[in-house]
Design a protein around this ligand. Structure first.
Ligand code: NAD
Length: 290
């Protein structure tokens, strides 16, 4: 397939490299990052999009996505697909889909789970929103860049799935970290705590797969000085998106709201920026009380 790829940062570069390795013809554009080997370099976003069957975007936020969509949609052929894999707000995803429809372009919002490791290994999970026909067209690309793609419904539903998932993740990580800190104070051994919780009703991905306590459970960023992994800054971004969506939809999400507050304090005032999101555990150890 002929593919344009805009946003070749930590995630976009390995995703584009996997498409090249699978035999696709990829033209890329990024304001700052270099093109990976095998990706032809375009001089603008519009130039990268022109004449492509699919244009993939992997950008920092919804405002940038809207701006880039404004540049690329007029350059795209009717019937081609704009596939946005960034994590953005639901409203931006739906606005871009409406704008695409006006120019005869199909839009799919398909944020990912799996991080840089998954992008590099080609094992991402995609959660997609958009028309059936558009999902069908890009499904072979999901199969190259990932191991699973779930079609969640119309435009914006991919982003909705992503922020709901990450709201659960942020809340369970905090709950797991504060429980470890409490267990310490009660004199409960961490290994015993893990052995019980990971096989009891307190289990979660945060405990079982990504345990925030160093030396306990499977290998995780806690065993690597809390180097991300999934940075606390990105968790804060996603929690803020979930709260923005909750406010717009009049949904009651008090735990999500508190998790967003705690990650904001952690990132902005407690040195959490650039650390893995599981570094909430040393934060709770240090502070004792939130
Ligand atoms: P990144 O900052 O490494 O990459 C973003 C790239 O976009 C940068 O190279 C930047 O130069 C480029 N860019 C910005 N504005 C541009 C423009 N107008 N035109 C062209 N290029 C432009 O970020 P990342 O870690 O690759 O994340 C990308 C997206 O994926 C984000 O929405 C993020 O939330 C999401 N995501 C990241 C992870 C992760 O672990 N890093 C995991 C899941 C989802």
């Amino acid at each position: 397939m002929k593919i344009g790829f805009i946003g070749l940062g930590n995630m976009g570069a390995p995703m584009a490299a996997n498409l090249v390795a699978a035999g696709h013809e990829v033209t890329g554009f990024d304001l700052a990052a270099p093109c990976p080997d095998g990706v032809a370099k375009a001089t603008s976003a519009a130039a990268a999009a022109e004449g492509q069957e699919v244009v993939i975007t992997m950008l920092p936020n919804g405002d940038i996505l809207r701006a880039v969509a404004g540049e690329v949609l007029p350059a795209m052929a009717k019937g081609s697909v704009l596939l946005d894999c960034s994590t953005v707000d639901v409203d931006s995803a739906r606005a871009v889909a409406d704008q695409a429809a006006e120019t005869g372009v199909l839009a799919v919002d398909a944020p990912v789970s799996g991080g840089v490791g998954g992008a590099t290994a080609g094992t991402l999970t995609f959660m997609a929103g958009g028309p059936d026909a558009a999902f069908g067209k890009v499904k072979p690309l999901f199969d190259v860049m990932g191991q699973k793609a779930v079609h969640c419904g119309p435009s914006g539903n991919g982003q909705a799935a992503k922020i709901c998932n990450n709201m659960i993740l942020g809340v369970t990580m905090i709950a797991t970290c504060e429980a470890f800190a409490l267990a310490d104070k009660l004199g409960l051994d961490r290994q015993a705590m893990f052995d019980v919780v990971s096989t009891s009703s307190g289990q979660s991905w945060s405990m079982n797969t990504y345990c925030p306590a160093p030396g306990i459970g499977p290998q995780s960023p806690a065993d690597n000085g809390y180097k991300p992994g999934f940075a606390a800054d990105l968790m804060l971004k996603d929690l803020r998106l979930s709260q923005q969506a909750a406010e717009a939809a009049d949904a009651d999400t008090p735990m999500g709201a508190r998790a967003a507050e705690l990650y904001a304090t952690f990132v902005e005032q407690e040195g959490g920026t650039g650390r893995d999101f599981s570094a909430m555990l040393p934060r709770f150890e240090k502070r004792g009380r939130a």
